[in-house]
Design a protein around this ligand. Structure first.
Ligand code: ST9
Ligand code: ZN
Ligand code: ZN
Length: 370
């Protein structure tokens, strides 16, 4: 598939859809572009200037932060920033993503509390909002209802979607996605209620204050180290939505844009095996192959499984993977058994009402609860 960096035809596809021109969910990504619709486009982006200004500040601040890391900041401040970035990343990968969004394993309350705090450090919206957008992304991948639809180009799927009002389909179709499990989790509800207080404390104030108090870092250096850490973490996360929906292989299902991208997997703690992940979102490893080096999150979950805090770890039997790859993959994992590839219903994770019985029967569950 040709990389689509700034939208153009794909954006126009979206625009056309707003003129009432019917569209179906794409069967093959490249087929979804329809140049005839160009003439009818009138869609105007509803830009949220507050966000544009905030992201400009964050990115300029991040550049200054990098400069300070190499010239003026103390080594301890650099190491501290890396540590906080790692903790925040685990809040997203092991917490928001694999635990809450996909229910690929279960966690006892101390682990959920810890992951909720880690996720608050990451400031990528509160858990309820993060999970809702992510489940909607999985259910409606590559359509207007996908909050960061990669058909609208690299920039939109990376960051642009946070700078404009959502497409009405996101809200309309998103309302059909089950969120009852999060509504029943007191830790998620408590975080949502207090987010406006918790987020600034955990993402900005504490991480910036600790270097000043404990090793006498200059307050401005510490602030820009914090801005830099946050902005770099955001960009690494966003690569899963952009790069891992554009560049790479589609070994398990070639009918949607998600790809397996090892570079993203390394940088995003194992979240770059994204073609596999879209096919089997309920696998706690979010990957079929690869070891802990390219999947730090799996190592983290396995560690907590050893002490019993993480349990019911779900993964997929190789027979099921190969059967699916032969049916819908691009041939890089296993030889396809037919030239015809049909798009199959996508699901958001374990417990989705559209989950195939074959998948439920084929799941392997480790560290099972009684
Ligand atoms: C951020 C998120 O960065 C990043 C997510 C990345 C996901 C990646 C996943 C990949 C796996 C993980 C990889 C990790 C790797 C980590 C490695 C690190 C080393 N369904 O949103 P609103 C309804 S955030 C159903 O305001 P607007 C709902 O009723 C960055 N309904 O829409 C809602 O009301 P409420 C920091 C939905 O007005 C109402 O609509 N945060 C859905 O169009 C209004 O919702 C920011 O920058 C849905 N999906 O505004 C904030 N969505 O919530 C940016 C909405 O009360 N966001 N509704 O129920 C905003 O300012 C706004 O959301 C907006 C849209 C301007 C973008
Ligand atoms: Zn996911
Ligand atoms: Zn995706």
């Amino acid at each position: 598939m040709t990389p689509n960096l700034f939208g153009n035809t794909a954006t126009l596809y979206l625009e056309a859809s707003q003129q009432g021109i019917p569209q179906e969910k794409s069967v093959n990504v490249s087929k979804s572009y329809d140049s005839k619709n160009k003439l009818h486009s009138k869609y105007t982006w509803n830009i949220v200037w507050r966000n544009v200004i905030a992201f400009i500040y964050l990115h300029l601040g991040a550049v200054y932060g990098i400069y300070l890391f190499f010239t003026a900041a103390k080594l301890l401040t650099v190491l501290w920033s890396v540590l906080i970035a790692m903790v925040a990343a685990l809040g997203i990968t092991a917490g928001a993503h694999r635990l809450w969004a996909h229910r690929s394993y279960k966690a006892k309350w101390p682990m959920r509390l810890m992951l909720m705090i880690f996720q608050t450090i990451a400031f990528q919206n509160h858990l309820f909002e993060w999970v809702r957008d992510h489940r909607v992304h999985h259910k409606f991948t590559d359509t207007d209802a996908d909050p960061h639809n990669a058909q609208r180009g690299f920039f939109f799927s990376h960051m642009g979607w946070l700078l404009v009002r959502k497409h009405p389909d996101v809200i309309e179709k998103g309302a059909t996605v089950d969120m009852s499990d999060l509504e029943a989790d007191p830790i998620v509800i408590w975080q949502r209620r207090l987010y406006i207080i918790l987020m600034p404390i955990f993402c900005f104030l504490l991480p910036a204050w600790i270097p000043c108090y404990f090793w006498g870092e200059n307050a401005m250096f510490s602030w820009y180290a914090t801005i830099c850490r946050y902005t770099m973490s955001l960009n690494l996360t966003w690569l899963v939505n952009s790069a891992a929906h554009i560049w790479g292989m589609r070994p398990y299902d070639k009918t949607f844009s998600a790809t397996d991208n090892i570079r993203v997997a390394m940088g995003a703690f194992g979240e770059g095996w994204h073609n596999y992940h879209h096919v089997f979102p309920w696998d706690y490893k979010a990957a079929e192959l690869g070891d802990y080096r390219a999947n730090f999150t799996t190592a983290f979950i396995d560690l907590f499984a050893r002490i019993g805090w993480a349990y019911d770890l779900k993964t997929v039997h190789v027979n099921l993977i190969e059967k699916r790859a032969a049916r819908t993959g691009d041939g890089t994992r296993i030889k396809p058994n037919s030239e015809e590839h049909y798009h199959e219903e996508t699901i958001w994770g374990w417990g989705d009402k559209d989950m195939h019985q074959e998948d439920i029967d084929g799941a392997q569950i480790f560290n099972k609860s009684d």
